[in-house]
Design a protein around this ligand. Structure first.
Ligand SMILES: NC(=O)NCCC[C@H](N)C(=O)O
Length: 410
């Protein structure tokens, strides 16, 4: 088997041996965060960028040490921009921003068109400030504060989990709910549809569709996907994704899991992640109340829109999950039984682990209680620092998009 075949694209679980992962090394876009814009840009503080980069490099090194191929989103994007039509599409989509006005567009278009592929990647990810455009003396330039953004920076690109998700051999282009993140999936769509590495890959969903975020999608087992529905993924979003993946036979069951619509639980992977084929680390303060609606196919149709879905009554999440996974029990490992410790460690992404293989997971080192409980349960914990990375409220799972995992299904 060639190296490429050995790392064939796709994933059918959360825990099959991780072979290739897409990360985003934090860069200039983080330097754009200020106390005035960090809330809007979804960061809880102003990270020390050099330290965040060191922490991220150590994360990538820990993955490479385990023979994981690490690819960077910005490298893929720059390579994608070798294709002239991909460049044009990216530029025109960015220029569609309604707040620009035609005069500003007139100045921005040549700036972007004449940029090299690497420069274009930087403009589209780090953004462009009003005072960085020379000669744009129009009404918009004059009225906008000089440090306001003409093209917003994308500091949350760091969380590659959310902007795409592989379900078997297909990749879903997600549709992000928060205005600060909407442009991210325009870039992942370009990568997956234009980069030669992904030629022939079938895509699902799209950034113009109802909201679905990758952090809400957990591949519990081959054929079973749980999708959180809360602050980010909408009821219509989960229905649309469920129709697509059930119709294509990529899964037999979708579990729709309502989660509280608040920042602490913005995605399902902030409250639970899989660490083995039958073990999940879970925030105990929600474990007792988390439910799931089991969605299966009642009647097939010509298209996914014709599919008749069967939606079962809500059941406790762990019960519904075990049934769908055809296992006796989905074992829960708690974030810490003391509710205050659990709350602190959940906030600091203790539940947000990235499985490298069954019973091996990357976790932030700071979550002592959760990590020792994982070890007590037989999970090897690969600890990484996240003091600066964590200020964006995301852990190892959020910061990684598995492109290839060894399939669990035979
Ligand atoms: N899957 C995740 O939970 N991703 C973390 C996203 C954090 C980001 N600052 C956001 O608010 O969207």
């Amino acid at each position: 088997m060639t190296e490429q075949e050995n790392r064939a694209h796709g994933a059918d679980s959360e825990v099959g041996t991780l072979r290739t992962v897409m990360l985003h090394r934090p860069g200039t876009e983080l330097k754009r965060l200020t106390p005035r814009n960090n809330d809007r840009l979804l960061f809880d503080g102003i990270p020390w960028v050099a330290r965040a980069q060191d922490e991220h490099d150590a994360f990538a090194a820990a993955l490479r040490d385990r023979d994981v191929e690490v690819v960077y989103l910005t490298d893929l994007l720059t390579e994608t921009f070798a294709d002239e039509s991909a460049r044009t599409e990216a530029i025109e989509t960015a220029l569609n921003g309604l707040h620009l006005g035609d005069t500003m567009r007139h100045y921005l278009r040549p700036l972007l068109t004449e940029a090299s592929p690497a420069e274009l990647t930087t403009y589209l990810t780090a953004g462009i400030r009003n005072d960085e455009v020379r000669g744009g003396f129009g009404l918009v330039t004059s009225l906008l504060p000089s440090d306001d953004f003409l093209i917003d920076p994308l500091p949350n690109l760091l969380f590659t989990r959310d902007s795409s998700v592989w379900i078997r051999d297909r990749v879903a282009i997600t549709s992000l709910a928060m205005p600060a993140r909407k442009r991210e999936t325009q870039l992942t769509e370009l990568i997956y549809t234009r980069h030669p590495r992904f030629a022939g890959t079938g895509t699902l969903h799209g950034w113009r569709d109802d909201h679905v975020e990758g952090g809400d999608c957990l591949l519990l087992a081959p054929g079973v996907v749980a999708v959180g529905v809360g602050e980010r993924t909408t009821p219509a979003g989960v229905e649309q994704l469920a129709r697509e993946i059930l119709h294509k036979g990529l899964v037999h069951t979708v579990l729709a899991v309502p989660i509280a619509q608040e920042r602490a639980t913005m995605h399902l992977d902030t409250v639970c992640t899989m660490v083995d084929v039958d073990k999940i680390v879970m925030y105990p303060n929600v474990a007792g109340t988390l439910t799931a609606l089991t969605v299966t196919v009642q009647e097939h149709g010509e298209t996914d829109a014709d599919l008749v879905l069967h939606v079962a009554d809500a059941e406790p999440f762990l019960v519904a999950a075990a049934k769908a996974m055809a296992i006796d029990t989905l074992h829960q490992i708690d974030t810490g039984l003391d509710p205050v410790t659990a709350e602190r460690e959940q906030w600091d992404d203790g539940n947000n682990t990235l499985a490298l293989a069954p019973r091996v997971a990357v976790a932030y080192e700071r979550n002592d209680e959760t990590n020792s409980r994982l070890e007590d349960a037989g999970i090897e914990v690969v600890r990484i620092a996240g003091s600066e990375l964590g200020s964006g409220r995301g852990g190892p799972r959020c910061m990684s998009c598995p492109i290839s995992r060894t399939p669990l299904a035979g």
